[in-house]
Design a protein around this ligand. Structure first.
Ligand code: NDP
Length: 296
């Protein structure tokens, strides 16, 4: 029987723990604060930011939301970040990506105070993950570690294949998997669009993490019997639905679940975990900045 790993249920449990920690901070006079900045009129970005703000409300985190005109200058965005860096009621800052082309996203990420960088994308925080001294693990890969842990999937000594090498998913995922730490200790291969014979790599893997952004590219015949499959992909494909599209992952669920022992669905797998881990990092940030230990 294939186990379908329920990201909604696992995320709910994490959010309940994070809520408890937020309440303990509030008892000590510290309300965790997350500032989000949206500089885009893209519908998907608006949806992501509003989901994050709603999660704040449900977790006992004060959400502060700023919308900037996509035509505003880069300096306007950097000034907004500086203001949040200087505001002690703001413990976490998130600039929703992508930003407009005239804004250099790397400059933006590096402007955020590393202590408030709850996405974990500042080079200082990236470096700390690589050296095994993580302050804030990036939300999606951290969420995947939590999913694997909750599903009792051991990574130690296993062969893991990560499909995708982006800075937000693929590379940090691989960095976590190779760490000498729980949820790591895997022999890890990172694949990308220049990989020769991807199927040969995925077939040799105990754990496959698909983060390529290509609808249903991982099929059952590319997997070994009894493996674990984590599908990060969120792809809109045309469909005869009210919205005119449906969401599919990077994995062809039906054929893959015939091979896998455990698999995440799309939606309802990795997605809810990403937001739960953002709340986790925000409460951790409030704890680190206030000196009130909540044991997260
Ligand atoms: P990017 O587009 O930044 O990176 C995609 C990666 O996949 C690249 O490294 C690319 O290789 C590789 N790739 C593309 N095509 C192939 C292929 N045919 N074979 C092998 N590798 C390939 O995407 P992201 O990492 O930002 O996101 C990946 C997916 O995950 C997307 O669907 C995104 O929507 C989703 N996502 C979901 C989240 C969630 O919370 N559920 C959070 C973040 C992302 P190369 O480097 O050579 O171009």
């Amino acid at each position: 029987m294939t186990t379908i790993i329920d990201g909604n249920e696992i995320a709910d449990r994490i959010r309940a723990d994070v809520s408890d920690c937020a309440a303990r901070l509030a008892d000590e006079g510290v309300t965790p604060g997350l500032a989000t900045v949206l500089m885009s009129d893209d519908g998907a970005s608006e949806t992501y930011v509003s989901m994050k703000q709603r999660a704040c409300e449900e977790t006992g985190i004060e959400g502060i939301h700023r919308v900037l005109d996509p035509d505003a200058s880069a300096e306007t965005l950097l000034q907004q970040i500086d203001d949040f860096n200087d505001d002690p009621s703001v413990h976490g800052i998130l600039v929703q990506m992508p930003v407009p082309d005239h804004v250099d996203s790397q400059v933006v990420l590096e402007r955020i105070d590393p202590m408030k960088d709850v996405d974990g994308f500042h080079p200082e925080n990236v470096g700390r993950v690589v050296t095994g001294d993580a302050r804030y693990k990036p939300c999606t890969p951290h969420g995947i570690q939590k999913l694997l842990e909750a599903a009792d999937v051991e990574t130690e000594g296993k062969d893991a294949v990560v499909v995708g090498r982006s800075n937000i998913v693929g590379k940090p995922m691989a960095n976590l998997l190779v760490q000498k730490a729980p949820g790591g200790n895997a022999t890890t291969t990172v694949c990308h669009s220049r990989t020769d014979d991807l199927a040969e790599k995925t077939r040799a893997a105990d754990v496959v993490i698909a983060a390529a952004g290509v609808p249903e590219m991982i099929t059952g015949d590319m997997l070994s019997e009894g493996c674990t499959v984590i599908d990060v992909g969120v792809n809109r494909v045309d469909a005869d639905t009210e919205k005119g599209y449906e969401l599919v992952g990077d994995v062809e669920f039906e054929s893959a679940s015939e091979k896998a022992d455990a698999i995440t669905p799309v939606p309802g797998g990795v997605g809810p975990m990403t937001i739960a881990m953002l709340m986790y990092n925000t409460v951790k940030a409030a704890s680190l900045q206030s000196g009130v230990d909540v044991d997260l």
